[in-house]
Write a protein that binds this ligand. Structure first.
Ligand code: FAD
Length: 500
């Protein structure tokens, strides 16, 4: 089949007439089963295209480049054999059943922000980005959305109603990955994790069943959908969350000279450790640039956060930090919740990047901060302006008020989440990329000494060896039971996927 004629049939229904629901798989004449894994014949792809309400995009088609590459370009070589651009939840089922028949590897992509590249595949990519309608229900105090909704679309739909769901800073992160792996942001110490507000979700299983999951219906799967990680049990097509009315908040940003880094970390972490739930905090530092002088000149440290209260009360709360660590720049002001969301919007890292994480029961001590500062001076550099560094987020608050076994999200007792990150760009050669990855691994190994052995499953790290324990801890055995029940054949699998 030529590329031209292929383009003609790719749009399900539009060119060749839609098949009736569920009748897409009238048979590939036995061809598919004879085909080795990964070499699916054109006739089978055409069957898939005809069965879709949405679009199938193959490498030779217009738009493939737009749809085919992952957000983290580190994994850009992992290009799909086909992308199903879902227009309906039925497309998800169609794609799953087709992939079951062909034996091709399938992964779901919603926001595409998997740090580990786990929403990239050489097989079939099921893209949910078009299922992004967000429907607030003011009376019920809930919001229902398609699995492809992203933070920006969710905030936009909720703003006219002054209702919030705690979500992240990055406008393009998807609700699916965010929720399934926990989901935190500057509202989480007050409102809980994104997953904690989940009231109901719809999941299409490996068998093609679309299950409504909540506390009563499929409660085990519902439990797993709150922290059990994306890509493990099925493809979620819809989420309903409880919302919270919001009004004004106060925000702050404090900046220090690099030489004051240890004092800044000590004061901010001490405050955060005993702060009310209304207070959130991220303190981070690092550098950017290619050459040693540039790296040293660009070193920065700052703290940032939100407070559910007034700027005056926030200033009082921050007083010990302002007094002892003496930031060189102080911003504290009242804003609407929505202005604050815009203030925090941040789409970093981008291009090519790697991240590690660990939970800390206590503040990162001075020796740990010094280790990080020495590491920044040793950073090999790269062409990515996002640079490299660490961030420490205050944990606890409402996150810690949920018992570790109540949802699949185990990390409820930690005091802080630590993330280490490095970034690079296409023009950086292989040796420099390898040096960056060695640098990150070395720094995170040194700082792990201060952690409690856990890591955040949404900062998924392909290099983490003991990931079952780190991401899921004592909840892992129960996750394997859920896996056996809903995906006994391990159809949804990836390198750090839950197995039955
Ligand atoms: C720039 C950036 C900023 C970030 N900021 C934050 C933050 O502020 N707070 C925070 O908590 N995290 C943050 N993260 C991490 C983020 O929560 C995770 O990367 C999350 O998994 C991304 O979800 P996604 O839908 O965008 O990604 P995807 O890559 O689409 O999905 C992630 C995983 O879930 C699977 N999946 C996707 N859709 C579905 C579905 N519908 N059903 C089942 N499985 C599915 C994928 O196959 C993949 O394994 C950030 C990440 C980046 C890159």
């Amino acid at each position: 089949m030529t590329a031209v004629s292929r383009r003609r049939v790719l749009r399900g229904g539009a060119a060749v007439g839609a098949t009736a629901a569920g009748s897409a798989f009238t048979g590939f004449g036995g061809l598919v089963h004879a085909a080795p894994r990964g070499t699916v014949p054109d006739i089978a792809w055409d069957e898939l295209a005809r069965g879709l309400d949405g679009t199938l995009i193959r490498p030779e088609d217009d738009g493939y480049n737009e749809w085919g590459h992952p957000q983290n370009l580190r994994y850009d070589a992992r290009r799909p054999a086909g992308v199903v651009v879902c227009h309906t939840a039925r497309d998800v089922r169609t794609a799953i059943l087709w992939a079951q028949r062909t034996g091709i590897h399938l992964v779901a992509r919603s926001g595409g922000h998997s740090y580990g590249g786990y929403s990239a595949t050489r097989g079939l990519l099921v893209d949910l980005g078009q299922l992004n309608d967000v429907r607030p229900d003011r009376e019920a105090g809930t919001v229902t959305m398609g699995a492809g909704a992203r933070n920006s679309g969710i905030y936009s739909a909720l703003q006219p109603h002054n209702l919030a769901v705690s979500a992240g800073r990055c406008p393009t992160v998807g609700i699916s990955g965010l929720t399934l792996g926990g989901g935190f942001g500057f509202s989480s110490r007050q409102l809980g994790l994104t997953a904690d507000a989940l009231a109901c979700t719809r999941v299409v299983t490996a068998a093609g069943n679309s299950l409504v999951c909540d506390e009563r219906r499929h409660p085990d799967l519902f439990w797993a959908c709150r922290g059990g990680g994306g890509g493990n049990f099925g493809i979620n097509t819809e989420f309903t969350f409880r919302t919270t009315p919001v009004d004004t908040v106060a925000i702050y940003q404090l900046d220090w000279d690099w030489r004051d880094t240890t004092a800044a970390f000590a004061a901010v972490q001490a405050l955060a450790a005993g702060a009310p739930n209304a207070f959130s905090c991220r303190i981070g530092g690092g550098s950017a640039g290619r050459t040693r002088p540039e790296i040293r000149a660009a070193r920065k440290v700052s703290a940032l956060g939100q407070f559910f209260g007034s700027a005056d009360d926030l200033r009082d709360l921050l007083a010990p930090v302002l007094r002892t660590a003496r930031p060189k720049r102080v911003l504290i002001e009242n804003q609407t919740f929505w202005q604050a969301k815009d203030f925090f919007y941040h789409s970093v890292p981008s291009d090519r990047y790697a991240v590690t994480s660990s939970y800390l029961d206590r503040p990162l001590p001075e020796r740990g901060v010094e280790t990080f500062m020495e590491a920044v001076d040793d950073w090999p550099g790269s062409s990515n302006p996002d640079g490299a560094g660490i961030a420490v987020f205050a944990w606890g608050g409402a996150i810690g008020e949920v018992a570790p076994r109540q949802t699949a999200f185990i990390h409820r007792t930690a005091g802080f989440l630590l993330a280490c990150q490095t970034t690079w760009a296409e023009q950086d050669d292989a040796a420099l990329v390898a040096a960056n990855l060695r640098w990150l691994r070395g720094l995170s190994r040194d700082l792990d000494a201060y952690g409690n052995g856990q890591a955040y499953q949404n900062f998924i790290d392909p290099g983490l060896r003991d990931w079952r324990r780190a991401y899921y801890g004592a909840n892992y055995p129960r996750l394997t039971e859920v896996k056996r029940r809903y995906d006994p054949g391990d159809f949804f699998h990836f390198a750090q996927g839950v197995t039955g």
